[in-house]
Write a protein that binds this ligand. Structure first.
Ligand code: PGA
Length: 269
């Protein structure tokens, strides 16, 4: 097992507002109890809607040992981009994580590999921690295209890091920034149809191989790859017991503090 950072993340999507978020984190803290101590390379992150990223929610989250992240980030600092989020402004708000190219952004809001790459380049240049989402749709899996799709979707992530490494940046095991990938098979999101641990491991192994082929062994071994798609307190342990599964991205089951607490406690630390 490699000594990679682990990322245990919740994606609230367009659920829960700022008041509910504060209540959530107070309840989460209670659920976790005072004996819960994540290791220093295990990162608990929640991606709430943008209106729940303010200082009060951040404080409540921090007291439950959780960092907040934004569900999106734009490639420009500012300008005429209605509805988008500036990474610079997120940073000044104290936000250290961003989610990029979630499949709902790809499916419903026109996100492409090209725009995802621009967002990632910006996030990296700002020193933000990233979860970069990829994953095949059902028809792609059924027609045997899963690996080709994952390769195509991983390449923009790789190209950005290639530029970084050429400029002298190093892949890191500890500390930030963390540049992680979230593998989320679209057919498993919100469907209750989790990938089996074998399917997840095979996909993660493939993604790591693609990173290895283009960026070398060290970057491949140190890139956390989290699994997402109907993760629950019941299946988190078996998923994370796979050697290439370094975390989870949880939608529905992260909306209740009891559920997310059970996921944080069940995940190997
Ligand atoms: P789910 O969502 O856990 O509800 O399947 C995962 C996600 O969309 O990130």
């Amino acid at each position: 097992m490699q000594n990679r950072p682990k990322v245990l993340a919740g994606n609230w999507k367009m659920n829960l507002g700022p008041i509910e978020a504060q209540e959530y984190f107070r309840a989460l803290k209670k659920e976790l109890g005072s004996s819960f101590h994540p290791s220093s390379d295990s990162h608990g992150v929640i991606f709430p809607p943008a209106y729940a990223l303010g200082a009060e929610v951040q404080q409540a989250a921090a007291s439950a040992q959780i960092r907040l992240g934004a569900q999106n980030v734009h490639w420009e600092d500012k300008g005429a981009f209605t509805g988008e989020l500036s990474g610079t402004a997120l940073k000044s708000l104290g936000i250290s994580w961003v989610l990029i190219a979630h499949s709902e952004r790809r499916q419903f809001f026109g996100e492409t590999d090209e725009t995802a790459k621009k967002r990632f380049a910006k996030a990296v240049s700002l020193g933000l921690n990233v979860m970069y989402c990829i994953g095949e749709v059902l028809s792609e899996r059924e027609s045997g295209k899963t690996e080709a799709v994952l390769t195509r979707q991983t390449l923009p992530f790789i190209e950005v890091l290639k530029t970084q490494f050429a400029a002298g940046a190093q892949p890191k095991t500890t500390g930030s920034p963390i540049w992680s990938i979230a593998y989320e098979p679209v057919w498993a999101i919100g469907t209750g149809k989790t990938a089996t641990s074998e399917q997840a491991e095979a996909a993660h192994r493939h993604i790591r191989k693609v990173v290895w082929d283009h960026l070398g062994m060290e970057a491949a071994q140190q890139t956390p790859i989290a699994y997402g798609g109907s993760v629950t307190p019941e299946n988190v342990e078996v998923l994370m017991s796979q050697p290439n599964v370094d975390g989870v991205l949880v939608g529905g089951a992260s909306l209740k503090p009891e559920g997310f607490a059970r996921i944080l406690m069940a995940a190997p630390r």
